[in-house]
Design a binder for this molecule. Structure first.
Ligand code: ATP
Ligand code: MG
Length: 385
């Protein structure tokens, strides 16, 4: 699939921008702080309904619009897909703040083809994979980074996954609150039974889908990494669920295993005041040539492994969806050496659309298809170069 037209109004540093895009690669060039990453953030927002980097959605509204009687940021796109065209809109309405920029309370509305829709009906209508310079965190960062990697991907592929994820998150918070009340004698331990059932039900969906996805991702990542490292390195990823004693099986077995793990960890959880078992504590194990990448990989190796994980994500999404995700490359090529850059660029032909940002002065002489459209990004405006 591909984005045919993108409209931004009061989104980040864009006041009013219309952009017509083509299939194939588009190169977005500009100096620092001109709006390149903001543009890719807009595309990511349309795919996931979430920002790739904002803490709060109010941040997305252009500062100059905050003094409007009704500050509104809007991102809309016309998408071409195998299943037919579609218009997606994300509208973020903030409370008027005068000139105050910090912490603008905001609410979000979503529309598909002009009709208001719920989040679960919008996420994944457009699928996208964002490669960013922060991706090294996938290798060396906290387990939450790797869970997010899986969650963002699976949410786009399956609305039911996203719903289970949201419900699961709420159940964990409620269970933790109850653990505190039990600690202080305000509640009885058997009140946990209900929450354990809820947690096991939604948790089983997450564990099952993650396990299945990682199996396929592992193969894609190994292959991508071999190509990027000229067959000198072996990347292995595996799923490490926080679920003792589970050795596989279907949903029923998973629910039972989660319930059992919660029951046997109950005293420990009450003591800690937090839920220590379940997919909110999962991780991915990443090995490079047999050793833990987080501990032993060099910066260059981390970068290559992170790139392989993103390429694997894109391939997995393409396989699962029967349509190709839009590939968003934010500033990643400039960090790679010539050989790796060539390896990445040579894979670009596989995708329907690739949006590549790059700061001024970077050179992509090797391998950039001659057909790439080139745009200049300058102070919140975009023009064909
Ligand atoms: P770099 O090459 O350094 O990555 P970039 O072109 O990717 O630069 P962006 O991250 O897109 O830059 O950000 C461009 C500018 O947008 C920043 O200077 C930032 O201050 C500004 N900006 C961010 N949020 C808002 C907002 N809500 N209103 C106005 N400007 C904003
Ligand atoms: Mg940037």
């Amino acid at each position: 699939m591909w984005i045919q037209r993108l409209t931004l109004s009061n989104f980040r540093n864009y006041r009013a921008q219309e952009l017509t895009l083509a299939k194939g690669p588009s190169l977005l060039l500009g100096g620092n702080a001109q709006g390149k990453s903001n543009l890719l953030e807009a595309a990511f927002l349309l795919a996931t309904t979430r920002s790739s980097r904002a803490q709060t959605e109010g941040e997305l509204i252009h500062w100059d619009a905050l003094s409007d009687p009704q500050p509104v940021a809007r991102v809309a796109a016309q998408i071409e897909r195998r299943d037919g065209p579609l218009e997606i809109e994300v509208i973020i309405a903030g409370r008027p703040q005068g000139t105050e920029r910090a912490r603008v309370p905001a609410s979000k509305r979503l529309r598909v083809n002009g009709v208001p829709r719920r989040q679960a009906d919008v996420v994944g209508q457009l699928t996208a994979v964002l490669f960013s310079t922060d991706d090294m965190e996938l290798i060396s960062g906290a387990p939450s980074e790797r869970r997010r990697y899986l969650d963002v991907m699976l949410s786009q592929l399956q609305p039911a996954y996203m719903v289970a994820l949201q419900r699961y998150g709420k159940v964990v918070s409620q269970r933790n609150a109850l653990l505190h009340r039990i600690q202080s004698g305000e509640a009885a331990p058997d009140e946990l039974d209900f929450w354990d059932g809820e947690l096991a039900g939604h948790g089983a969906t997450l564990v099952g889908e993650r396990a299945q996805a990682v199996e396929a991702l592992a193969g894609h990542a190994r292959k991508a990494h071999r190509q990027l490292s000229a067959n000198t390195e072996e990347l292995a990823i595996s799923y490490s669920p926080r679920l003792e004693g589970w050795t596989g099986g279907g949903t029923d077995e998973l629910v039972a295993a989660l319930r059992e793990a919660l029951a046997s960890g109950r005293q420990r959880d009450i003591g800690a005041g937090v839920t220590l078992t379940g997919p909110h504590r999962d991780d991915l194990i990443i090995l490079l040539n047999g050793v833990a990448a987080a501990s032993f990989a060099s910066r260059g190796q981390e970068r290559t492994a992170a790139l392989a994980l993103r390429l694997a994500e894109a391939r997995y999404m393409a396989d699962s969806k029967d349509d190709l995700p839009v590939v968003l490359l934010d500033d990643v090529l400039s960090e790679l050496d010539k050989d790796r850059r060539r390896a990445v660029l040579s894979s670009l032909g596989e995708w329907d659309q690739i949006l590549i940002t790059s700061a001024d002065g970077d050179r992509f002489d090797e391998g950039l298809p001659g057909s790439a459209a080139v745009f200049r990004v300058e102070a919140g405006t975009i023009q064909p170069a």
